[in-house]
Design a binder for this molecule. Structure first.
Ligand SMILES: *Cc1c(COP(=O)(O)O)cnc(C)c1O
Length: 410
């Protein structure tokens, strides 16, 4: 008799975004004329940069030309893309990262989940709370946790609360953990990490033989010049960190799909016999076996991000969303709400007024203003009492949503 992976049954049924969709759909059915504005899910809204589109069109033409046609590419990605990434995203910032330490993929979400393939099942794992749900759910699926309690916390995970009280940067744990998920600029809080904070994590990881999974999907949104864009700007990080990046948010590739992970060749972890094994070798083996690369057309599109036009266009795209975030911050503050984030990230993290729960405030905004936000408690127990507003929207929608919420609060 065939059996299932029972770990899937531990997953909390009401995953955040389906529950939001359920409530919005119910409201929309009961109020068919309500002009709903969605500032909820973190998907981009603006079209692809012209440089990327043009490059992809040329690549499609290549595919129709017998001499330029491409079949299977390297599982790790084309060298011309990996070299540009290494030079412009890393070496230009003083990071000692080479092209062959970069693995091109079809998404950071997949990479964040797939990376667990090369790690053992008995690692202790730390996540921040609130957290990007992918880190937690992939560990649940892999059998690395116990059951969830009523707050949605899984047994066996170490939760590091991040709140206004600690400036949304987790305290370095007092106990030893083996794997640590960090995301800066942060989804959902919009917080960033200083060089000192990242150095403290790197020192901790090196002292404890831990590996940091550093999710830098939003690095392009960093506008404060003192904030590191990569964990590899921190001395020692080559020996303790894997970095994940994506073209989804800087270049609008959420529907096009291209990302990368960085596995330094100096990074090792222990085998059962106590020996040190290179993680690069394992990941290379894993990708070569389970993955056949990102399409040539898409990799050409990603490559165009590094051209002068692509750089200017992605910068303009990021600035557009950051201006939305600024409008959101200003309007929410003016309405008397306490706001965080939104300066180096496309997310504004807002305290609910009068200690209302996140979901009650979600319903209030939906019913009274027809605006959809994301309840903070959906990202973890410590997100209770907060909600996330996404800056990924048209300027008109942002202005209209802010006008409605402000009027409602006066
Ligand atoms: C959007 C996002 C990503 C990118 O995911 P893709 O699969 O590359 O689209 C990664 N991490 C976080 C925290 C995100 O919000």
């Amino acid at each position: 008799m065939a059996t299932i992976n029972d770990n899937y049954l531990k997953l909390k049924a009401g995953y955040l975004f389906p529950e939001i969709a359920r409530r919005v759909n119910k409201f929309a059915t009961e109020n068919p004329n309500a002009p709903i504005i969605r500032l909820g899910i973190g998907d981009v809204t603006e079209p692809l940069p012209a440089a990327c589109r043009d490059a992809m069109i040329r690549a499609v033409e290549d595919m129709g030309d017998r001499d330029k046609f491409k079949g299977y590419g390297p599982e790790q990605g084309y060298a011309w893309l990996r070299e540009k990434i290494a030079a412009q995203d890393f070496q230009a910032r003083g990071c000692d990262i080479s092209a062959d330490e970069i693995f091109i993929s079809d998404g950071s979400k997949c990479d964040n989940g797939n990376i667990l393939d090369i790690f053992g099942n008995n690692n202790s794992i730390a996540v921040t709370d609130p957290v990007y749900p992918v880190y937690v759910d992939t560990n649940v699926m892999a059998g690395h946790t116990g059951e969830a309690n009523e707050k949605g916390e899984y047994g066996g995970l170490v939760y590091l609360p991040v709140t206004a009280e600690n400036n949304f940067t987790a305290q370095i744990p007092s106990q030893k953990v083996d794997l640590i998920y960090l995301c800066f600029p942060n989804n959902p809080t919009g917080a960033v990490a200083t060089r000192e904070h990242l150095q403290a994590w790197v020192d901790y990881a090196k002292a404890n033989g831990s590996i940091i999974f550093f999710d830098a999907a939003y690095e392009a949104f960093i506008s404060d010049p003192g904030i590191p864009h990569s964990i590899y700007e921190i001395p020692g990080a080559r020996d303790c960190a894997i970095e994940f990046r994506s073209f989804s948010k800087n270049a609008g590739f959420t529907g096009t799909r291209c990302a990368l992970s960085v596995i330094p060749k100096t990074l090792t972890a222990k085998a059962a016999d106590g020996s040190d094994v290179e993680l690069w070798q394992l990941w290379n083996r894993r990708q070569s076996t389970k993955f056949n690369g990102v399409s040539y057309v898409v990799q050409r599109g990603a490559e165009a991000v590094y051209s002068p036009e692509g750089q200017a266009q992605t910068k303009a795209l990021v600035s557009f969303y950051l201006e939305n975030a600024k409008i959101i911050r200003e309007q929410m503050s003016a309405a008397g709400l306490q706001v965080y984030g939104g300066v180096n990230a496309p997310y504004v993290w807002v305290r609910t007024p009068d200690n209302i729960t996140s979901w009650d405030f979600f319903d209030k905004l939906l019913f009274n203003s027809n605006v959809v936000v994301t309840p903070g408690s959906g990202f973890g127990a410590a997100g209770e009492g907060y909600f996330r507003i996404s800056a990924f929207n048209s300027r008109d929608n942002v202005n209209e949503a802010m006008k409605r919420i402000s009027t409602h609060f006066k």
